[in-house]
Ligand binder design. Structure first.
Ligand code: DX5
Ligand code: ZN
Length: 228
């Protein structure tokens, strides 16, 4: 953040470079994950985003805790686990043991969000809630004290390579206001490219998840820098 004077008043402005980039390994070479993680670390990634899909909450199926565990030692970067599953309650334990630093659950996947967040926090790791594009931000209003992260889905979850949904920007702005007195990171996931990255940061995003934009060429460092 920097401060400058304009017409006699102080103006606070965020610098884009403050945003954190969390590459999603959904777009990585699954046959070579250890090396992909090492390359991302060298390229300046801030955390590693792990998309867990169960073929029920979303159509797609990815990987589970054993795979996360097998790549944990490839980097010291935080593991940001995004659970797109119907049974998050039953999976927390395994992902904590696999080395998750953040576990983010979908508000739409549970009727007991408060209890689920309490369970994650009991392990001493960070807890997040993800909101699908059609989910109202008020869903998180009464659990702010239990949150370390809010994940705004800017596409419908399930697949990489989709187009950013513009109404996400309004939601980011509203959530930024809602969390202003809390120590909560605001993360955006889906359709992030250099243009949408800039728009999300202007609206208040702290972390950008990017799959396609990071892995589109093997120049990961250049691709990450283009989003900052
Ligand atoms: C979508 C996943 C995202 C996805 C982002 O369901 O949660 O993390 O990998 O991919 P891109 O950056 O390609 O939209
Ligand atoms: Zn994700």
């Amino acid at each position: 953040m920097y401060i400058y004077m304009a017409k006699g008043i102080f103006v606070y402005e965020r610098q884009n470079s403050m945003v954190l980039i969390a590459p999603s390994i959904l777009s990585a070479d699954f046959g070579n994950l250890q090396n992909e993680l090492k390359a991302l670390t060298k390229a300046g990634a801030d955390m590693i985003h792990l998309d867990i899909m169960d073929a029920h909450f979303v159509n797609n199926l990815t990987f589970g805790a054993p795979v996360v565990k097998s790549i944990r030692n490839a980097t010291k970067l935080p593991f940001d686990v995004h659970l797109m599953v119907n049974t998050p309650f039953d999976m927390i334990d395994d992902f904590v043991k696999a080395g998750a630093d953040y576990i983010t659950v979908h508000a739409e996947a549970t009727t007991h969000l408060d209890a689920l967040l309490t369970k994650i926090k009991k392990y001493g790791i960070k807890a997040g809630v993800a909101l699908n594009p059609a989910t109202n931000e008020d869903t998180i209003k009464y659990v702010l004290d239990k949150l370390d992260l809010v994940l705004v889905m800017s596409v419908n979850p399930g697949f990489g390579g989709q187009t950013f949904i513009p109404s996400s920007l309004d939601k980011i702005t509203k959530i930024k206001k809602m969390i202003k007195n809390h120590n909560i990171l605001l993360e955006v996931d889906g359709g992030i490219n250099p243009l949408t990255a800039q728009q999300c940061v202007a609206a208040g995003a702290d972390i950008l998840v990017a799959g396609t934009a990071v892995f589109k060429t093997d120049e990961y460092q250049k691709n990450i820098e283009a989003l900052k």
